[in-house]
Design a protein around this ligand. Sequence first.
Ligand SMILES: [Zn+2]
Length: 263
Amino acid sequence: MLAVTRVMSRDRPFGRSPWPWASLGGVAALRNELPDAADRTTIAEVDLVVDPPGDASYWDDIDPVWRECFELAWESFRHHSIPVGAVLVDPHGAVVARGRNRRSERTAPSGQIAGSNLAHAEINALAGLPPGDYSAHVLHTTLEPCFLCTAAIRHSHIGVVRFAAPDPAWAGIERLPTLNPTFARRWPRRDGPLGGPLQRLAVILHLVSSLERGADAVVDCHQELSPDLVRLARGLVGARAHELRSMSFAEAVELLSQYRSGT
Ligand SMILES: [Zn+2]
């Protein structure tokens, strides 16, 4: 995970960007409207989560599987579905399945679900998997699997699940295998959260989506763990979220990664 400290200035508060900004006049206006903008121009040094120009960009350096997960989550966000993406890799690291949340959409690839509360990313990634032993496979997902997806992962005999961000709405779910031997059998190893900018990005998108759906109980679950991200997400709903959705994924990452969690 790359993180650098870059000296900032008032006339160019974000320094040089590794992303294409040529057509982002509207984005500059959006940045100025984001929460804590007033504070930002008074900060002499800010920890950024992107590499200096000339080096490999932060995004180019992350695991391609995670990159695909987040690109899938971004597609869900742009379609007003819940922004979660999931990718399954085999023991050699080859991608064998992928899926994203399609709750608010009408179409899905063959064998996947759209327009349903069950159209979760992990479900869509695993739905087409033939029965078999996947104990050496790894499912990557941008958000800690919910109760539904945890059951699907277990029933698909997936060996490992890696998640970028925690979902405190499901706190304690890791204790399910202590209930009885059936839960414990084939219970996947759980790796996560990732921490860093990917975790923050996953949480921000999830919170904005939750606020838009009026899922206040979900947001409340994140308040204690990530109060600053909740505050940021509240500042992004409405017209700002609409503008975010007009961006490419790279542009959105560049914008959102400017904000640190404060942790
Ligand atoms: Zn789920």
